[in-house]
Design a binder for this molecule. Structure first.
Ligand code: HEC
Length: 161
């Protein structure tokens, strides 16, 4: 259960995030991630307290749990997306063929989707991307590694500086 947890991750806040969370992102996206976070909080028992207002990491043990507790709030249970098309289906989605694309969307956010680099560990991002790429009528079997997530995180960081 504790795999992938770091001391500094055992802190959470549902109050105002400090500057690291707020960097260069419009308020609407923070609201969205807050909503997603609250959804996840409601379902995640193992959340720790955080007096310091550090980013939250959730104790979700595998990709399926991450999907159900976080992604399904918007992409829905069968990854079918929203009926109005605002949230795309992840089911049967050819854009998942290259793991880098979904990793990058999850780490950076895109359009109305918040970024999850602060809520999920690299291992959890790898797990959930691996999960959606091998479920919901997707069969991209090549494994997604934590190292892939870290590589993309570094590239994103580089491009923001
Ligand atoms: C708050 C709602 C929300 C949550 C939670 C969410 N997404 Fe999304 N997601 C979206 C929206 C909206 C888009 C469309 C973004 C755009 O405008 O391109 C999207 C797009 C995507 C895409 C790109 C799909 C494509 O066809 O280009 C992927 C991949 C994706 N999400 C994966 C995930 C995963 C994995 C999770 C869970 C870690 C997740 N999303 C959680 C709202 C959400």
């Amino acid at each position: 259960m504790a795999a992938g947890w770091k001391d500094r991750s055992c802190r959470a806040s549902t109050r105002s995030p400090r500057s690291t969370n707020a960097r260069r992102r419009p308020e609407v996206r923070r609201t969205l991630i807050r909503l997603a976070l609250l959804t996840a909080l409601a379902a995640a028992p193992a959340l720790a307290d955080s007096p310091g207002g550090r980013p939250v990491k959730l104790a979700l043990p595998d990709g399926e749990q991450v999907y159900k507790q976080v992604c399904a709030a918007c992409h829905l249970a069968q990854a079918q997306g929203s009926p109005d098309g605002a949230v795309p289906a992840l089911a049967h989605n050819a854009k998942l063929a290259t793991a880098d694309y979904p990793i990058s969307v999850v780490m950076k956010g895109q359009g109305g989707m918040p970024w999850f680099s602060e809520m999920l560990t690299p291992g959890q991002v790898a797990a959930v991307v691996g999960y959606v790429r091998t479920h919901f009528d997707n069969s991209y079997a090549d494994p997604v590694a934590e190292a892939d997530v870290k590589r993309i995180a570094a590239a994103i960081k580089g491009s923001e500086e």
